[in-house]
Design a protein around this ligand. Structure first.
Ligand code: URA
Length: 422
């Protein structure tokens, strides 16, 4: 087998054979296929697509590139959730302990942010002492004792995806449905969860900009999970405006703790509860009441034990950025749009995200949101507060906010986009 013939097959809109797929994934993982060859193939796939048979084989080859975990020894059913990524998407933080408090075991292998989307691990690392990197034994121990664990995927899990994802990120080949679906599902199937709820984001701040693309991605991933014996369901949810009132690491942890304390922004609470119900249903847990577990403090108890079990201090003061800059409303009226992508870029430029994988992130950096679409605003009132340790970045962040919102005449009717679209 040679890689050039594999690239040519896809370049010329052909179907990759199972042998070609198995060989190229294995050879790339071993370093026999070079990055420039794999990036040519990834671009050919982005441009010409793959059919469901090819996607299933590609996913299986990525799973086979590493180890598989197994949670059979746990006494509870396992439930996992995966979001395709967005701005202000802190839902995993309250959701994992909430679903654990309702009786499931939640092994939440999570990622870091890159570009304008935030990453769960970066957020949690703003808690002093908290560790994302656990051995498989430590992970199972935290999961067994607290019911939930949020940590980085070990190096042994789908190593082909680890390499390929990093390559796609720097070659403009992230936004391909076959590659996104196989990337996410190879990790989830290798992880060994019994059930999985996919939160497929749609809108300016998401990888999928249209509901049609989101539907196609969702149905591809649901088919991959179901065919592998994982009970998989998907929700399509809105990402045209940031979730909640914060985008940034420590800022989002603070907001998540508010949700666990029974408060927090309505959209974050609504989506957390909707996903919790889907996860419990998929795990076969029928009689739990997630709203009650938020209100009575049992989800907060799991959160505190889970953070402490990973070395974190749940009572520690969270980092605050050294400098703030308030952006005010230029006119009075009804805020009809606050763009998720623009706010995500601003948070990233302020230091909440990284441009390259090895860059550090600022724990306190990000954007605080004082008005959401549908709110009435008065000229001069604070709309956003920008937070950073590097104030020379304020102008750079403000550039991305130049067309981030619309304010309509006072009294204009406004119909909010529902959080759960389908
Ligand atoms: N998340 C992943 O894990 N992979 C992708 O390709 C996109 C989002």
């Amino acid at each position: 087998m040679d890689v050039i013939s594999v690239i040519r097959t896809k370049r010329d809109r052909g179907e990759l054979s199972p042998q070609q797929i198995d060989w190229v994934i294995d050879a790339y993982t071993r370093g026999e296929v070079a990055d420039e060859q794999m990036s040519a193939l990834a671009m050919a796939i982005l441009l010409n697509g793959m059919n469901r048979t090819e996607i299933a084989r590609w996913t299986a080859a990525m799973i086979a590139s590493g180890e598989r975990m197994n949670f059979d020894a746990l006494s509870r059913p396992t439930a996992d959730k995966h979001s395709t990524g967005g701005v202000g998407d802190k839902i995993t933080l309250p959701l994992a302990p909430l679903v654990a408090a309702c009786g499931a075991a939640v092994p939440q292998l999570s990622g870091r942010g890159l570009g304008h989307t935030g990453g769960t691990l970066d957020k949690l690392e703003s808690i002093p002492g908290w560790r994302a990197l656990l051995s498989n034994e430590e992970m199972l121990d935290v999961l067994g004792t607290t019911g939930a664990v949020i940590c980085a995927a070990g190096d042994g899990l789908a190593p082909a995806d680890k390499k390929l994802y990093a390559l796609r990120d720097v070659t403009g080949t992230v936004e391909a449905i076959p590659l996104i679906a196989s990337s996410i599902m190879s990790k989830k199937i290798a992880e060994g969860t019994g059930s999985l709820v996919l939160d497929v984001k749609v809108g300016t701040g998401a990888f999928m900009k249209t509901i049609e693309d989101a539907r196609e991605l969702a149905s591809t991933m649901v088919a991959l999970g179901t065919d592998s014996g994982v009970k998989t369901v998907a929700l399509l949810t809105d990402m045209s405006t940031p979730l909640g009132l914060t985008a940034g690491n420590a800022l989002e942890v603070r907001e998540s703790v508010e949700v666990l304390a029974g408060g927090g922004p309505a959209d974050v609470v609504e989506l957390t509860l909707a996903l919790a119900r889907e996860m419990l249903d998929a795990a076969g847990i029928k009689d739990a009441d997630p709203a009650k577990a938020l209100a009575d403090g049992s989800a907060m108890d799991v959160w505190r034990r889970m953070i402490a079990a990973q070395g974190g201090d749940p009572d520690a003061t969270l980092p605050v950025a050294r400098e703030q800059h308030v952006v005010t409303a230029p006119a009075s009226g009804v805020l009809t749009r606050l763009d998720a992508y623009d706010v995500g870029i601003a948070a990233w430029r302020l230091g909440a995200g990284r441009a390259r994988k090895e860059d550090p992130v600022q724990a306190g950096a990000g954007v605080e949101i004082h008005a959401k679409p549908g709110d009435t605003v008065t000229a001069g009132q604070p709309l956003l507060t920008l937070h950073t340790d590097t104030p020379e970045k304020f102008d750079y962040a403000l550039e991305s906010l130049g067309a981030a919102w619309d304010i309509a005449e006072p009294g204009t009717d406004f119909t909010a986009t529902p959080i759960v679209l389908d």
